[in-house]
Design a protein around this ligand. Structure first.
Ligand SMILES: Nc1ncnc2c1ncn2[C@@H]1O[C@H](COP(=O)(O)OP(=O)(O)OP(=O)(O)O)[C@@H](O)[C@H]1O
Ligand SMILES: [Mg+2]
Length: 233
């Protein structure tokens, strides 16, 4: 796939050693899931648990390992930002919602960023029918094409405990990671999301327990930990 567009993206602030190591081990665990795991959705029970932050840092970790990564922001209910990073490009930024609704070509929404090895698709303007768009043929085509070009495709997905968008796109993914905010999500709520993924026949690769309180305050900023139930099996 030849990309027409480039954009300045920029890495976030330098992460500390422990955070970096945690993402490297997340990356390693993901690799141990098998080399057939190429397209991975990140979801959660509710908003704000850290999906975008995890997706972004995991992307960086893969690029540092020399991999070619496509990060897709598939939360069509939100804005064109992914995590705290704003994409800066000349002209109008075209996003996933433009492509899925037929307003542009696939190549128009894939941006080559200034992080070596990382290409990005932003969500684009909020769409009135996100579930329908994500369940359509154009999304399937994007993922099929991305498989030919990238070593790993990470899909930053909407929270499955709130909307079913992740279920409709699950058949395009090789598996999902559930990001869980520590001390915020009940066991029952997490179980519901797990069941929904299983119902969609989506392999659960593991969980990331995020915003873990290490005793110092509400949580130790930037600390990430693998989930209790085994993570990447
Ligand atoms: N481990 C962490 N330590 C401290 N702050 C964090 C951590 N993970 C995420 N955050 C912060 O929590 C907020 C929500 O994170 P993020 O946007 O990644 O969540 P999200 O699940 O993608 O949210 P949404 O459902 O709204 O898309 C952000 O302000 C982010 O900086
Ligand atoms: Mg997000």
């Amino acid at each position: 796939m030849s990309l027409k567009k480039t954009a300045k993206f920029g890495k976030p602030q330098e992460t500390d050693y422990a955070t970096k190591e945690a993402f490297n081990s997340l990356r390693t665990n993901l690799k141990f899931c098998g080399d057939d795991i190429r397209v991975v959705a990140l979801t959660s029970c509710t908003e704000n648990e850290g999906k975008s932050t995890t997706a972004l840092n995991l992307s960086f970790s893969f690029t540092e390992d020399g991999k070619k990564v496509l990060l897709i922001d598939a939360d069509l209910r939100k804005s064109v930002f992914i995590g705290a990073n704003k994409l800066r490009a000349d002209g109008q930024i075209m996003g996933l919602s433009h492509y899925l609704s037929g307003q542009c070509m696939m190549e128009d929404v894939i941006y080559q960023t200034d992080v070596k090895g990382l290409d990005l698709v932003v969500a684009g303007p909020t769409a009135p029918n996100p579930t329908e768009l994500l369940g359509g043929e154009r999304f399937e085509n994007l993922i099929r094409k991305a498989r030919e070009t990238y070593d790993i495709v990470l899909i930053d997905s909407p929270p499955l405990g709130m909307v079913i968008d992740t279920v409709v796109m699950a058949h395009c993914c090789d598996g999902a990671i559930i990001v869980i905010e520590s001390d915020m999500i009940s066991y029952r709520y997490a179980l519901e999301v797990k069941k929904q993924l299983e119902f969609a026949d989506c392999r659960i690769l593991g969980t990331v327990l995020n915003k873990v309180d290490l005793g110092g305050g509400k949580y130790y900023k930037g600390y990430y930990k693998k989930g209790k139930y085994g993570a990447y099996k």
